[in-house]
Every structure is written in C-alpha cells, then in structure tokens.
Design a protein around this ligand. Structure first.
Ligand code: ATP
Length: 572
C-alpha cells in the first residue's frame, strides 16, 4: 500500500485542518449561493431589509471563503514540502542502508530517477490535484442535494447526462496509469545513461564514443517522447471530450429553467442559483480527468519509490563487543563465497594475530578484494565462519565492527568537501596536530601544503584536482586518522607513474608499521617483510608462508615475484 508512507508523514493536525477547510469550502459555497438567491429574490420583491441582510451575509461569507482558500493553499503547500522532504530523506537513507548485494544490482541512475522524477510527480499531485480530487466530487454531491431541494425536476433533467459522462471518463482514464508507468521507466533509462556518461566522460571522449552515446540517448529520448505523447493524447481526448459534453447540462438548464421561470414556476433567484451552481456539477467533468491522471501518475511514482523504501536494509542486529586485549583479530575457517552461483572464494582458512602484517597476493580476479568485503561485513550468504576480534562476524553490530577497521581500497572516493573534512570523516574528534601527523606519515602533508588553503582546500567532484597518487595518499591519511584496530590496504599502485608509486608504497610501508594489517600487494617488494603471505589463485589459498618460504617453494609466488623482478630490471 503506497500511501502508508504518506500517512506517517502528514501530521494529524494538518489532516484535521485540511478536513475543516474542505467542509467549510463546501458549506460556504452553498451558503453564498443561498444568500445570492435570496438577494436577487428580495430585490425583485422590493424587500430592502432582507436585501441588505443578505448582502452583508454574502460579503461575510465571501471573505470567509477567501480566508479558507488561503489557509488551505498554505497547508497543502506545507504538506507537499513535508512529504517531499521525508520521501527524499528516507530514500537517501535507504540507499546508504541497503546491503551491498542489493546495491550491486541497482543502477544509480534508476535510484536517482525515483528520488527526482517520481518524487516530483507525487509533489505535483499533492500540490495541485489531491485536494481537488476529494473536493470536486464532494462539492458535486452537496450542490446536487441543494439543487434537488430547490427544484428536483430541473435538477434531475439537468444532470441526467452526468452519470454517462462519469462512465466515459473512468473508461477512457483507465490506461493512464500504465502510460505513466511506461513514461517514468523511460525517464529512468535516460537518467541511467546520463549518470553513466557523466561518470565516464573521459572514457567517452578518449574512445570517441559520443556518437554511440548520442544514438543511445536519441533512442531513449524518442521512447520517452513517444510515451509522453501517448499519455498526452489520451489526456487531451479525455479532457476535450469532457469539456464538450459538460455544456450539455448547461444547455438543458438554460432552456428548461428559463421556460420554468417565464411561466412563474421558478423564481429568478433560484434560476440564477441553478446557473451559478451548475458549474460545480460540470466542473468535475472538465477537471477530474486531469486530477485523476495526476493521481495515476503519482501512484505509479509512489509505487516505484515504495519499492526502493521496502527493500530490506543491511542488518542492524548484533552487539558492539569489547575489543581490547584481543589476540586474534581475524579468524577465517573454510570460507566459501560467490556473488552469484559460482564460488569466488573456496574453502579459505587463515588468521591474523594482533600486530601482524598479512599479505594477499594473486592474479587479478583471484578474490583478494572479495576477502576484504567479507571481513567488513559487506556480504552475507557465505559458507564457513568469519571471526572478527574473536567474535563471529554475524554477532557483531556492523557499524561497531566497521569502527574498528579502516579500508583503503582501489577506488579512492573523496567527498567534494575540504581536505580536512575528508581526512576526519572516520574520526571527527581527531585534533589538528594528529591529522597533520597522519598526513606526514602518509606522505601527503607536502602536497597539501602546496594547496592554496592547505587543509581547508576544497576537493572537486571525483577528486579531479588531485592526481591518482595524491588521492591514494589522502585515503591513506584518512585511514591513519581513524586509528583503527585493523587496517585493510589495497595497494593498487599499478596505475601510478614510477615516482608516485614509490611515494605511495613508502607511505603504505610507514602506515603499516606498528599496526595489524592485511595488505593486498600488487608490487611484491612491499611485502617482503610481511609476517605471512597468502597466495590466492582462483579463490583458493594455494601457498602460504614468508617471502623467503615462498621463494623456496618455487610456486606461483616465485613466478609472480620474478616476473616483476625482470620487468623492473632486477628490482621487484
Ligand atoms: N559485485 C560483484 N558482483 C559479481 N561478481 C563480482 C563482484 N565483485 C567481484 N566479482 C567477481 O569476483 C571475482 C573476484 O573479484 P575480486 O575483485 O575479489 O578479485 P581481485 O583478486 O581483488 O582482483 P584485482 O586484483 O583485479 O583487484 C572476479 O571474477 C570478479 O569478476
């Protein structure tokens, strides 16, 4: 039920207020018509006392209805802002709370579309249509009752055609929801492409992919225009038909009512009341299709948002354990895991003791980064056991567990904020002095000093104002500032030039000193000193030992080491 979210967002007071406005608007409309009728009849009868009493009442009710409409407009605006705020907030929070396995399957462009296009539809409906979708039919019923009381014969004759018009409207309006759903999904596709193009703009340029992207865009835009046109066509037919047909009751009223007035069966005041109020019976004919279409679109938008909000969160169960005096930080036993059906890690067993540096090496795709993701609780659904700080990872509260760990991954993400903000995200209480010390350790202080505002310098989107090596050193500083119990380092330096690589490697070596670390080593010279090296191949640990042990084994490690050794002209 998509409205369950809206219900929790609109407070009882606003809802009561809107209900009062709705009832008052209907009552005042009828009172104004009543006073107007009496005003005309008293003027014709020459009863001036009654005329002035009705005139004053008419002015008073008109002022009241104006006040009522102003309050109603203001409250609806407030409700619409509230709903937009809460849905956006819940949606954004949901994206952070989703398990990694769900995020892997979700396209960010699609998620954005739910929180922009779909949300806009809901906002538009609440602001412009929701209230009227209730008011117009209720007003029509009230007006019909009042007119029936004034002259039931004329009321029945004038409105005989109305039920037919309503049936036509409902029938023609039925496919609107599907058309709207189609349009929203086309718009989501465009969003996805925009996101992908922006994310990989340099690849698009360097591979001259503009024409391919253009073609894809054109196809998607055309599909969205086609869906939009289909929706508009249906709306136009519906609205024009209703406008045309809504004149029928007016014609009947003018003809029959005029005749009844001439023969003295109906007073002039009553006839004017009929002509005046008949609009409230025919207005819904003209306007309800639009409100109804907006309702259908908003409903589809809301369903898409709800689908996102209904996704199950990453678990927040578990405990924050005492982690002092723990000797074994990581203990993995018979770990088997796959993202899909085929296993990526097979039967892995290893442990990491306090103060140790354990290195993971192996060919690309052998599962090294997957080990990191499992140790930080990004994925569940594995076989075997993972103990972190001597407690099963399943019994850990994930955010408490992650507080103990700092990860420096291959793709360094920096927030478009100041350098200081980025360095302190994991430890806001860190002092200026500690932050600078960490930056010195990570070989980052030197280049930060050259920035115009030092630590207050803004980082551009995707860290564009820093080189790859500088970004890695900032990420390393961020990890050191966090002062974690366990450091997970993905030493991805292959994309850097020789000089940057040496600086980053030196920084990594310094960061590892005196800490418990697991390091994914691409450049094997960094891990010569590691306490243990685990060699992974196709998800299995095939060799294990110190650098010297593994060289003596003359297995995969030996091959990888000497391949790099030769490449570097004798230096691995
Ligand atoms: N989110 C994911 N969904 C599905 N498959 C994935 C996902 N992440 C990784 N894989 C697959 O799992 C396997 C292991 O990937 P992983 O990133 O752990 O390897 P790696 O040893 O760290 O590689 P590299 O050295 O190139 O970074 C690869 O075949 C990869 O395609």
């Amino acid at each position: 039920m998509p409205f369950k979210y809206l219900k929790s967002m609109v407070c009882k007071r606003d809802f009561t207020f809107i209900t009062i406005c709705l009832v008052s608007e209907i009552a005042l409309t009828l009172l104004i018509a009543q006073k107007f009728r009496l005003l005309v009849d008293s003027a014709i009868d020459g009863n001036y006392q009654l005329f002035y009493t009705n005139l004053i009442a008419l002015i008073l009710f008109t002022v009241l209805i104006a006040v009522c409409i102003s309050f109603r407009t203001f409250t609806i605006g407030k409700i619409s802002e509230k709903i937009t705020y809460y849905l956006r907030k819940q949606g954004t929070e949901k994206l952070v709370d989703l398990p990694q396995s769900k995020l892997d399957k979700m396209h960010s462009g699609d998620a954005m579309s739910r929180l922009s296009n779909d949300l806009q539809l809901v906002k538009q409906f609440v602001e412009n249509d929701g209230y009227f979708l209730l008011l117009r039919p209720l007003m029509a019923v009230a007006v019909f009752t009042y007119l029936f009381y004034l002259n039931w014969q004329l009321t029945l004759i004038s409105s005989a055609v109305l039920p037919v018009l309503y049936i036509i409207m409902i029938q023609l309006g039925k496919p609107l929801g599907n058309y709207s759903k189609e349009l929203q999904s086309e718009l989501a596709n465009i969003n996805k492409t925009t996101q992908d193009t922006l994310g990989g703009v340099s690849v698009v340029k360097s591979f001259n992919l503009q024409s391919i992207i253009d073609k894809k865009y054109r196809k998607q835009v055309k599909a969205s225009i086609d869906s939009g046109i289909k929706l508009d066509k249906r709306k136009t037919v519906l609205e024009s038909l209703m406008i045309g047909l809504s004149f029928l009751p007016q014609l009947v009223t003018f003809g029959v009512g005029g005749y009844l007035a001439v023969i003295g069966y109906l007073s002039a005041g009553k006839l004017l009341a009929f002509i005046n109020l008949l609009n409230y019976l025919t207005f819904p004919m003209k306007l309800l299709p639009g409100h109804y279409a907006s309702y259908k679109s908003a409903l589809e938008g809301l369903k898409r948002i709800q689908k996102l909000l209904d996704e199950e969160n990453e678990r927040d169960t578990g405990k924050a354990f005492e982690k002092e005096n723990v000797e074994t930080l990581v203990e993995v036993e018979n770990l088997t895991f796959g993202y899909n059906d085929s296993p990526v890690l097979k039967n892995l067993t290893f442990s990491v003791k306090k103060g140790e540096t354990v290195a993971l090496v192996g060919p690309s795709g052998s599962g090294k980064s997957t080990v990191f993701k499992l140790l930080t609780g990004f994925y569940s659904g594995y076989y075997g056991t993972i103990k972190m700080f001597e407690k099963d990872i399943q019994s850990w509260k994930l955010d408490s567990l992650r507080e103990q760990i700092a990860t420096v991954s291959q793709d360094t993400y920096l927030f478009p904020e100041t350098i200081e903000y980025n360095l302190k995200v994991g430890n806001e209480d860190c002092s200026e002095e500690e932050m600078v010390k960490a930056a010195i350790n990570a070989n980052a202080h030197e280049f930060i000093k050259n920035e115009p505002y030092w630590y207050k310098t803004m980082i551009k989107e995707r860290g564009e104002n820093f080189s790859g090596g500088q970004k890695q050193r900032l990420a390393l500083t961020r990890a050191i500032v966090k002062n974690p119990k366990l450091m997970l380092l993905d030493e991805a330096t292959s994309a850097l030039d020789t000089e940057s690589e040496a600086i980053v490697q030196n920084a990594i070596s310094k960061a590892m000193t005196g800490r418990t670390c697991i390091v994914i080593a691409h450049r094997l010279s960094t891990i010569v000193q590691a306490d243990r090296i685990l060699v992974l191949n196709e998800g299995c640990i095939i060799e294990e030992g110190t650098h010297q042990d593994l060289l003596e084994q003359k297995g995969l490690y030996y091959d990888l080491y000497y391949k790099q050794f030769k490449k570097k002209g004798g230096v691995a």
